[in-house]
Write a protein that binds this ligand. Structure first.
Ligand SMILES: O=C(CO)[C@@H](O)[C@H](O)[C@H](O)[C@H](O)COP(=O)(O)O
Ligand SMILES: [Zn+2]
Length: 194
């Protein structure tokens, strides 16, 4: 058992480290886009299924409430939380449209859509990101190896080189925290000076 635990830990560290070192510039570019979007009064729309739905909510909460510094609330909405919206769209149109219709309702040009799918092939995430791109919304795809169908609709693609869902998710939430930290530093530099 101890060997298994240590193997999971080691793997989690390796996957994260490899991803971050290989994508440093891309990560900074993503944080810049997020900061610019929020500075201009636009918002982040974030969505995914299962563990990635939890990640979407976690990331939105950091922006709306706070991360590590005291600052004004920043605009972010997880499209995974309103059960009336999700069940009515799912019931009347189908599960594949639960995020897409919310993007159509809430999204505005120059917002940012963050679609999270470890396989890159969840139809509801792919459809929403495609529609967002067509609406002039900047699209960030957080995915696993290769990026699947999500890749073609992602202005910036954050593809984690692993095929283990849990390891990919662990890297995604680390990336989410890095985005929050960097966006705060770009938006509120005075709060970080000594
Ligand atoms: O958290 C986990 C597995 O770690 C699961 O709940 C997982 O998120 C679900 O199976 C999702 O439906 C997988 O979707 P996706 O990441 O391939 O888009
Ligand atoms: Zn999980």
């Amino acid at each position: 058992m101890q060997e298994i635990i240590l193997d999971i830990l080691h793997n989690s560290i390796m996957v994260k480290e490899k991803f971050i070192k290989a994508n440093m510039e891309l990560i900074i570019q993503g944080a810049d886009k997020i900061a610019l979007c929020l500075a201009s009064g636009h918002k982040i729309l974030v969505f995914g299924n299962g563990g990635s739905a939890a990640d979407a909510q976690h990331i939105a909460a950091e922006f709306v409430n706070r991360f590590r510094i005291e600052r004004r609330p920043l605009g972010a909405i997880a499209l995974t939380t309103d059960t009336s919206i999700i069940t009515s769209i799912g019931n009347d149109y189908g599960f594949d449209e639960i995020f897409e219709k919310q993007i159509m309702a809430l999204g505005q040009k120059d917002d940012i859509a963050i679609g999270i799918s470890t396989s890159g092939s969840s139809p509801n995430v792919v459809r929403a990101l495609k529609t967002a791109k067509n609406m002039g919304i900047t699209t960030l795809g957080l995915t696993g190896k290769g990026g699947g169908n999500l890749a073609q609709y992602s202005d910036l693609l954050f593809s984690v080189d692993s095929d283990v869902t849990a390891r990919i998710q662990e890297t995604h939430i680390t990336l989410g925290h890095i985005f929050c930290d960097l966006a705060d530093r770009i938006l509120f530099p005075e709060k970080f000076s000594a």
